[in-house]
Design a protein around this ligand. Structure first.
Ligand code: P6P
Length: 332
């Protein structure tokens, strides 16, 4: 009698991101596979970027490119390399209408709806890259939206509220390379096994603890935070909270996704609307956090309900454990 593999134990099955994508696709009869191809392209780009990130110092690829991005921020060489890798991996996918990147002022139109462009992909190719020269954890953030072929402007097409995201995720280049994704049915975590060359599923249905006495904010700017944020910090200082701040959004959010807490980037003097970009930083992270049972607000509203007006629009951001976000929001 041939042995039947124990399907019940998740530890006995080796489930790659590719297998996961295909099994998700099989749950949607009539799925064309277009979406799966896009996630597969992002996975390929993530492996390629992980390789370049780990060799950056050896290859002399650290430091500034000598150019600035649309935000007026100096580009790191690795920003440009990661952006090119993503463009090359995604540009060949027939189902993509529009690509938009933090590094590019305008969206890239690949094809129109009537030519098969069903989706738009937005990304921050290498968020936190300025910490790379000190070997800090950095990441790629991505979101997938449906294309509306009736909208002529590429920028207007991608200016959709976060609730309309089809999928969102990030790749964290830390001691390990983690791939986190949600397609609206919970959050799954994969880790790159360099020997297999695949992202291997290690956790399904991640849930953020509702409370954790850890806040994450750059307190150097606290004197310019609006009053409510300062009142929250004053309360936290006297309520037994500890502080953890890496200054790399993907790393700070990943810590919260795994162990809870609350991340804050309030309005400041230099960034009165907040520093983080709505479409390709705040919205993907907000979808992930909400799908894991947490909460995300931008000012008085849920981040995912903000109606975008510009591709590179910034918002204030408070996200994490649901009860911890409530402690902030009740004071704003
Ligand atoms: P600050 C990195 O530059 C980044 O965009 C995010 O990854 C991070 O959360 C934030 O800026 C850190 O900003 O002003 O604290 O250095």
């Amino acid at each position: 009698m041939p042995m039947v593999a124990d399907q019940s134990s998740s530890t006995s099955n080796l489930f790659s991101l590719q297998s996961h994508i295909l099994s998700e696709e099989s749950r949607h009869p009539g799925a064309s596979g277009d979406f799966s191809w896009i996630v597969s392209a992002i996975s390929l780009a993530g492996k390629a970027i992980a390789h370049r990130v780990r060799r950056a110092r050896l290859e002399g690829a650290l430091g500034e490119e000598g150019t600035s991005n649309v935000q007026g921020e100096s580009q790191q060489r690795m920003d440009v390399i990661a952006n090119e890798i993503l463009m090359r991996c995604l540009g060949s996918r027939a189902s993509i209408a529009v690509l938009a990147s933090e590094e590019d002022e305008e969206p890239t139109i690949l094809r129109r709806g009537h030519d098969g462009g069903k989706y738009c992909v937005l990304f921050d190719p290498l968020d936190g890259s300025s910490t790379l020269d000190t070997n800090g954890a950095i990441g790629t953030i991505f979101t997938i939206l449906r294309n509306d072929p009736l909208i002529e402007s590429a920028e207007r097409t991608v200016c959709q509220p976060g609730r309309q995201q089809v999928a969102a995720g990030y790749i964290l280049y830390g001691p390990s390379t983690a791939f986190v994704i949600t397609t609206g049915s919970g959050v799954d975590l994969f880790e790159l096994d360099p020997f297999v060359g695949s992202f291997i599923r290690v956790k399904q249905g991640l849930r953020i603890p509702p409370r954790k006495k850890v806040y994450s904010v750059n307190e150097a700017y606290s004197s310019s935070f609006p009053l409510g944020y300062r009142e929250y910090l004053e309360w936290a200082h006297h309520s037994g909270y500890s502080s953890r701040y890496i200054g790399s959004l993907v790393a700070d959010v990943h810590r919260i996704l795994i162990s809870g807490g609350v991340f804050l980037y309030p309005p400041t003097l230099t960034h009165p609307d907040g520093k983080l970009r709505l479409l390709y930083e705040a919205n993907p992270m907000a979808m992930i956090v909400e799908q894991a049972g947490g909460a995300s607000i931008s000012g008085a509203v849920a981040t995912l309900d903000v109606q975008p007006t510009k591709l590179h629009q910034r918002v204030p951001l408070v996200l994490g454990s649901r009860d911890e976000v409530d402690e902030v929001s009740r004071r704003l």
